[in-house]
Design a binder for this molecule. Structure first.
Ligand code: F6P
Length: 322
């Protein structure tokens, strides 16, 4: 069966590089005589019928733009079959034969539900959290990692000057990838992530005090937002150590900005691959980076995969924190 019309949407938290993926989907489609409809506001737009035909020109000048020009949403309604049926009707009206979903694991679950209703889907991993187990890389992660790292570097400068502890909260409600990798890249004394239990004395106070005893006068603690109350941890550090401790919550700044070269490249390759798969008549696939190659696996299998352990990186971070 040769596909003639597809839809594409971005869903969940936005990620730098989503636009580059969208551009690749539309232009690869054109190369195969496939018409692409952009669906605004993720699954919400799918339910509401917010479809717009995209041309090579409608995706020009977006490669370097952060966010997503077709906007995104987290749709509660799409969990309900009644609304998925309505979305299916909308797809029929526009002649959509397959859907490309660009987003994180919530978006993958939406695609899995929709394919059970009979829609062909391909999913592209895009989340700054980088927490989709089936792929070694998610679009947006590199840009977010570098945005947070440049903030950490700046905060370390001022912590050094004032001989303070800088506590920095990075994004990751359920995932510690930004925290652990920026903690290592930024030279943190301690890193706290939601996936691993921590002991306040052992994992935060001890490295600070050991550093002091070795002559260190400034300290940096990187915490993922999912750990809990970062401001309280900050206060507790100051009370326990007697060292002035300042808290910075980086927040949404990590989600915006022009995508890095890596994100633009990954997005272009993954967007291209998604449409190639559909053009070959293969459906219900998740695009993945594996051993530095862009490959695909079944969406169901992708959602069953487990995350790799953080133990190795955490151990290395502790050793290098001296
Ligand atoms: O995009 C992923 C993420 O940034 C998480 O780390 C964060 O917890 C969440 O999105 C918050 O996004 P929102 O407030 O838009 O739901």
């Amino acid at each position: 069966m040769s596909i003639k019309t597809i839809g594409v949407l971005t869903s969940g938290g936005d990620a730098p590089g989503m636009n580059a993926a969208l551009r690749a989907v539309v232009r690869t489609g054109i190369a195969h005589d496939i018409t692409t409809y952009g669906i605004n506001r993720g699954y919400e737009g799918l339910i509401n019928g917010e479809f717009e035909k995209l041309t090579a020109r409608s995706v020009s000048g977006i490669l370097q733009r952060g966010g997503t020009i077709i906007r995104t949403a987290r749709s509660e309604r799409f969990r309900d079959k009644k609304f998925r049926d309505r979305a299916m009707e909308m797809c029929k009206v526009f002649g959509i034969e397959a859907l490309v979903v660009i987003g994180g694991d919530g978006s993958y679950r939406g695609a899995l539900d929709f394919l059970k209703e009979g829609m062909n889907c391909v999913v592209i991993p895009a989340t700054i959290d980088n927490d989709i187990s089936s792929t070694e890389y998610c679009i947006g992660y590199d840009t977010a990692l570098n945005t947070a790292l440049s903030a950490i570097d700046k905060l370390r400068d001022t912590a050094y000057s004032h001989e303070r502890v800088a506590v920095i909260e990075v994004m990751g409600r359920h995932a510690g990838y930004i925290a652990i990798n920026d903690g290592i890249a930024g030279g943190a004394d301690a890193i706290v992530i939601p996936e691993l239990k921590y002991n306040f004395q052992q994992d935060i106070i001890k490295p600070i005090m050991e550093g002091r005893n070795r002559g260190k006068r400034d300290h940096c603690i990187v915490i993922a937002e999912g750990v809990g109350d970062t401001a309280k941890i900050c206060k507790d550090i100051e009370e326990t150590t007697g060292i002035r401790t300042v808290c910075t919550i980086l927040g949404y700044i990590q989600r915006g900005g022009s995508p890095s070269a890596r994100d633009r490249l990954m997005a272009s390759k993954m967007g291209f691959k998604a449409v190639e798969i559909l053009n070959e008549g293969r459906f219900n696939k998740a695009i993945c980076l594996k051993d530095n190659k862009i490959v695909d696996i079944d969406i169901e299998e992708a959602l069953r995969m487990e995350k790799a352990s953080f133990d190795y990186d955490m151990n290395l971070a502790k050793i290098l924190a001296m």
